[in-house]
Design a protein around this ligand. Structure first.
Ligand code: ATP
Length: 334
């Protein structure tokens, strides 16, 4: 998680242009994912437009990474059971064959993992890593792959890229390795980038630079990005929209500035009170824990921890309803 002392340049309103509906890139409808009897994602609805930046925010275990892995097809039947729709550029992802997914992954959809030291193969050089998607998806010649790899390394701020082509991952710092992963993820100019806690394994001093770099590159490509984050304040700072997840469900979703300035769902309000601000009142952690998958409450999943819960909350699940410029799932909104 990035400490709040780290300052990022404010988002430009030019980059938050509202797009017409035909510009929908990713459309998730009532998406449910089960592992055995456990419902890990429950009726998730989300829409992402071209050029938009969405932050998927929530505590550990909320299902954020599971959703990202399902979108990129690394979590699919028969390992899990899925229902509902995951549409990318009008194509239904849940019915794709693995070979079709392979053509999409790393090409139209890029992925940045949390920890480059785990994601990069220690046996391959930086140049080989970046060249792989260029060969597989774009069929570039050896010479062109090398030149494009140098260009990509330059674009993500890797100094002396020609020299570094021959380096192995362990010869680079953590920040440089993360830049390599960004270069790989963006190699084929993806329309969608999934960035799962892209800075959590890095030093505080490097985190803001890497977030800025990702934003800069996706804006240059007019790509859309889903950031998986724990941190509501960071999400609101870097994303156009925020979707707050709790126990496998979206509980609030809307424009970042509204969600952060005036959160409506009691869980989002709880997340906001966990935000550390220098000189502000003491931290107020949310009492209790996220429920385990084998003991999900029948009604609202947040009810056992919610200060506003009443009888109806324990019995009936609230659905997402439009309220004050966003969507909220709660029976008792102020
Ligand atoms: N391989 C697995 N096998 C069984 N359960 C899993 C597996 N991976 C995740 N889960 C469970 O699925 C639920 C969602 O986990 P997920 O990792 O998607 O949450 P998250 O919000 O991304 O958390 P974090 O922020 O810690 O990454 C959790 O209850 C988790 O324990």
């Amino acid at each position: 998680m990035m400490p709040h002392a780290v300052a990022l340049a404010p988002r430009s309103s030019e980059n938050v242009a509202v797009q017409p509906d035909e510009e929908v890139l990713l459309d998730i409808r009532e998406f449910t994912l089960r592992r055995g009897n456990a419902v890990v994602l429950d009726g998730v609805n989300l829409t992402l437009r071209r050029g938009e930046t969405l932050g998927l925010i929530g505590e550990s275990g909320a299902g954020k990474s599971t959703l990202a892995m399902a979108i990129i097809g690394l979590l699919r039947p028969p390992e899990v059971e899925v229902a509902g729709a995951l549409r990318f550029c009008g194509t239904e992802l849940t019915s794709l064959r693995e070979a079709e997914y392979r053509r999409l992954r790393g090409n139209k959809i890029g992925l940045i993992f949390q920890d480059a030291t785990v994601a990069l193969n220690p046996c391959y050089t930086v140049g080989e890593h970046i060249a792989e998607p260029l060969k597989r998806h774009l069929g570039l010649s050896k010479y062109d792959r090398r030149e494009r790899a140098v260009e990509l390394m330059q674009s993500v701020g890797i100094p002396e890229p020609r020299l570094r082509l021959e380096a192995y991952p362990h010869e680079l710092s953590g920040g440089m390795q993360q830049r390599v992963m960004i270069a790989i993820a963006l190699a084929c100019n993806p329309q969608l980038l999934l960035a799962d806690e892209p800075t959590s394994a890095l030093d505080v001093t490097i985190q803001a630079q890497i977030m800025e770099l990702i934003l800069d590159r996706v804006r240059a490509l007019n790509s859309s990005v889903v950031f998986v984050l724990h941190d509501l304040a960071l999400g609101a700072q870097v994303c156009d929209r925020i979707a707050v997840m709790y126990a496998g469900q979206i509980v609030e979703e809307g424009p970042s500035e509204h969600v952060l300035a005036r959160p409506l769902h009691p869980y989002t309000q709880g997340l906001k009170s966990c935000v550390v601000e220098l000189g502000s009142k003491a931290l107020e952690p949310i009492p209790g824990h996220i429920p385990s998958l084998d003991a999900m409450p029948a009604g609202c999943r947040f009810a056992p921890r919610c200060p506003k819960a009443q009888a109806v909350c324990g019995e009936h699940r609230p659905t997402l309803e439009k309220r004050d410029g966003r969507l909220v799932a709660c029976w008792f909104i102020d």
